[in-house]
Design a protein around this ligand. Sequence first.
Ligand code: FRU
Length: 496
Amino acid sequence: MSQTLREARNYEEVAEKAIGEKERPAFHLSARTGWMNDPNGFSYYGGKYHIFYQYHPYDCHWGPMHWGHAVSDDLLHWEYLPAALAPDESYDRNGCFSGSALTLPDGRHLLMYTGVVRRQQQNGGYQETQTQCLAVGDGTDYEKYENNPVITAADLPQGCSAEDFRDPKMWRTADGSYRCVVGNRPADGTGQILLFSSPDGFAWKYEKVLAYNGGRFGRMWECPDFFPLGKDWVLLTSPQDMLPSGFEYHNGNGTLCLIGDFEEETGTFTQRWDQAVDYGIDFYAPQTIQAPDGRRIMIGWMQNWDTCDFRTQNLSWFGQLSLPRELSIENGRLYQRPVRELEMLRHDRVEYKGVSVSGDCKLDRIKGRTVELELSIGPEADTDLYRKFAVRFAQNEQFWTSLSFHPGDSILKIDRKFSGSRRAIIHQRRSLVNSKDGRLHLRIILDRFSVEVFVNDGEQALTAIVYTPQEADGISFYADGKVRMDLVKYDLGPRA
Ligand code: FRU
């Protein structure tokens, strides 16, 4: 083991002890210590779910990337393992960037990641080279492959950037060979996803451009994932520098979902549908796994590169992963629902039926910061459409975050302006939802530092981090007009 990895492992073991259990999310994975970004190497290996993540253990800012590592039996209770990779070789000395994992036929765990090298130029500037590299291990310790890097810019057609060439996602095909997709910047400066093949997972060959941006969705495409879902194929990628288009693709960094057909023999992907993956503020760079029971499960970085300044507290970790979400295609769209394992965390159920909300409303036993709320709302009388409905949470006299819905234009808004942030970053986002006659179904999952909203049973998801002091645990409702509301609440996670 290199000195760099040994130091990181020693450091994290000590630093983790300084973080109290309640200073972390109750059921989302956070950085063991220091900084976390993208999930990496999401896989099922040796009878457990493994997740790795972009990791800079030494402080709460992005730095030379390591791979942090955690395992779980149920995707919700995570146990930290020692850091898996450190930037300790000539071909990755400036960072082990994002990548993926699979199990080899001989039982070894194969990781593929992007090695980054930055060289100073004669004019004083820097030039970066990104290549794809391998490491093989047993679920705890990994050894980098002696023939690294296994894919370099020399394998690419002319015009493909050697500087923006990253985030390999591998899978094994039915005939036992391997494929991977990698994000790249073509000569026009936007993004594309390249497809590679391999007979054994070690020797890789360029196949073709699987999908090309052409200026449609942002610029460079990062963190691709490509998989079958029912009868369709799904390409997920996280474009940088998006421009909004109606209520899709808010500005900045987001995740794009393309749904279409894939002809495996020719490697041809024909896109039929595009949509945003998340309509909230903080969600990026997701990765999926096919669970042993066949479910396709996605987990993302619960953050946005433009909102990394959110922190208001002196926590010695930064960065969380989203809830793992089960994916499906319904009505031609990508649907997401929290993994069903979440139901095992529920306790203290409270139900209200037919509550009449008009003006402000609080309900007995409806409060908490680690809570699941299921709301069905509609007008009290079919002939009398209300003007606005809102639910506020993480609330006290000073702070709250709200979800508000205007049935007149079907806009659902998340707003955390008053959540305690002292930074001038984006705090609200509007999303067009599918609602008829003022009816809407919301499933809201609160953890100590986040909210995830699933609209209309998974048709849309909205995610945001919320670093409000934990004593703000109120939940209240409001209607301008008359709303009829059914509500189920559970507390989630360990009992208080
Ligand atoms: C996406 C990303 C990846 C890269 C990693 C570096 O968030 O920019 O493209 O591999 O983060 O940490």
